[in-house]
Write a protein that binds this ligand. Structure first.
Ligand SMILES: Nc1ncnc2c1ncn2[C@@H]1O[C@H](COP(=O)(O)OP(=O)(O)OP(=O)(O)O)[C@@H](O)[C@H]1O
Length: 507
């Protein structure tokens, strides 16, 4: 068998945790190979070793049949291995070409030869159907396009093994489809791809084989065509997973949040939300469906106080909070699971327990007369860690940065739900989570509702919106298109509404 990469019996320990324990993954030339595993299973660690960011404690890596030591990302690049990270590494006020040649600038004599580089970039872009304009500035192009620039960067450096780390987490459904085509065209030209993803549907759609790992160990490698999503999910978590959240019909009470004619400017200083009306009652989950960038961010930031409203009112428990400070809103009972967990959700250099009390540390029992009560803080953090299954090397005292992405996310969700807010605003709560964790988080959101609290769920995943919400408000271009009951709508109707066609009540 023609393997381009063989990672054999790989082991890697971090303080308190064996991140990889005897893992084997072999990549065939010309295949898309999915790497599937729960949050914290060790996927990024394994790929980090293939890309030269860490060294294995034991085990062998062979590239094109030859045993190799990949001591740095530069060595990986020279071996033809490239990686697109979850957080792109692009300079936003540089052009596509400038970003791609950064660090390996082509010269004509002493002068940097941007024109030749641009031409080559255009040729590669055409060859693989990437459709990237070499002269565009990064800040002016969409996230999906930025990702293609990252892919181009690897191709420009002649990589033929491409590692994509959760590439679709940041993409819209349409961009996901386009990325699928790009990946197929790459392997069609003889490249080989390792794809890290939590989305079983995507694995079914694009991958040839899938290696499943659980808690640092290889469970097996399967041929994707002859296996099911349910079977892969079960291999991964070690039990059956239900994909549909079980819930009773909502028994909504009085309105908790009432938004009237709310208009909010976006970061480009034009109205991103226009004359918006919405009500969320106690005991119900209202989902916001829409294509990314259609007013969701402005809506959430206006409610939480991160952004100022231009006009209109935001009534919370009957009181207009539009001019209240962020802290006052939290005190009144608004919880927020933010979209960008690294920027707004966590202080990465603090321990988990410090992060768990960010909003309540000045309260009893966590502090008394200015002194912190360490054991109360520890017990509180431990409770969240256990109920939300936050996995890390050193429990409550682990530095948050050392947690896997999905475990950071679970910690934030746990913290916000534990505050037991009257209104919980959950923005993309399950982005980056494995199917088992998604199942659990959905259950907790529904439990929160059943305790008589209000939940506002913002998500780009239609499945999630339809599964978890009671009512769905659809946004398009900053306006409310309509509100429908989740039990009475279909993916098709929502899709049309997201494109701006009016429907439902309140239109
Ligand atoms: N630099 C580090 N220092 C200490 N522990 C680490 C470090 N990097 C990863 N870990 C630990 O190793 C384990 C595996 O983490 P890894 O990031 O590889 O998981 P993952 O499968 O990529 O998860 P996710 O799907 O959540 O991104 C986790 O327990 C994590 O806390």
């Amino acid at each position: 068998m023609d393997y381009v990469v063989e990672m054999l019996n790989i082991r890697k320990e971090f303080p308190g945790v064996v991140a990889n324990d005897d893992i084997t993954l072999c990549l065939r030339k010309g295949e898309i190979h999915a790497l599937l595993g729960e949050n914290g299973a060790g996927k990024s660690t394994l790929m980090g070793m293939l890309f030269g960011m860490y060294q294995p404690d034991s085990g062998i890596i062979k590239v094109r049949g030859k045993q190799t030591k990949i001591s740095s990302p530069n060595v990986a690049n020279r071996l033809g291995i490239g990686m697109v990270h979850q957080h792109f590494k692009l300079v936003s006020n540089f052009t596509v070409t400038e970003n791609i040649v950064l660090g390996s600038e082509p010269k004509k004599g002493l002068v940097i030869d941007i024109e030749t580089a641009s031409k080559r970039i255009r040729d590669i872009s055409e060859q693989y159907g990437l459709n990237v304009d070499p002269h565009a500035k990064i800040e002016d192009i969409s996230v999906g396009m930025q990702q293609r620039v990252e892919i181009l960067k690897m191709l420009y450096r002649e990589a033929d093994v491409l590692i994509l780390d959760e590439p679709t987490a940041v993409l819209t459904p349409q961009e996901i489809e386009e990325l699928g085509k790009v990946m197929k065209s790459l392997v069609g030209e003889g490249k080989s791809i390792i794809l890290i993803t939590h989305k079983l549907k995507e694995i079914k759609a694009v991958a040839d084989r899938c290696t499943v790992i659980r808690r640092g160990k290889t469970i097996g490698t399967v041929e994707v065509a002859s296996t099911t999503e349910a079977a892969m999910a079960e291999m991964m978590v070690g039990r059956q997973v239900t994909f549909k959240a079980a819930k009773q019909e909502a028994k909504p009470g009085a309105p908790v949040l009432r938004i009237q004619s709310l208009s909010v400017k976006n970061s480009k200083k034009v109205l991103g939300l226009k004359q918006f009306n919405l009500e969320v009652r106690a005991g119900e989950i209202v989902g916001i469906a829409g294509v990314e960038g259609n007013g969701q961010t402005e809506l959430v930031e206006a409610i939480t106080g991160l952004r100022k409203a231009e006009s209109g009112s935001i009534l919370f428990e009957g009181q207009d909070i539009a001019n209240m400070s962020i802290r006052a809103r939290i005190e009144k009972g608004i919880g927020h699971i933010p979209e960008d967990r690294q920027k707004r959700g966590l202080v990465l250099d603090y321990t988990i327990e410090e992060n768990m009390i960010l909003e309540v540390y000045q309260k009893r029992p966590f502090s008394k007369r200015g002194l912190m009560n360490k054991s109360a803080i520890r017990a509180y953090a431990q409770r969240i860690i256990e109920s939300f299954d936050v996995r890390s090397g050193q429990g409550a005292t682990s530095i948050t940065r050392s947690l896997s992405g999905g475990n950071q996310q679970k910690a934030i969700i746990g913290r916000e739900i534990e505050l037991d807010p009257l209104l919980l605003i959950a923005v993309q709560p399950t982005r980056g989570l494995d199917v088992g964790s998604i199942e659990y988080i959905h259950k907790r959101l529904i439990e929160h509702r059943d305790k008589g609290k209000a939940v506002l769920l913002v998500s780009l995943e239609l499945d999630e919106i339809m599964n978890v919400s009671d009512r769905i408000a659809v946004v398009n271009n900053g306006e409310l298109v309509g509100i429908v009951k989740a039990a009475e709508t279909s993916e098709n109707e929502l899709g049309l509404m997201m494109a701006g066609l009016r429907g439902g009540e309140g239109a």
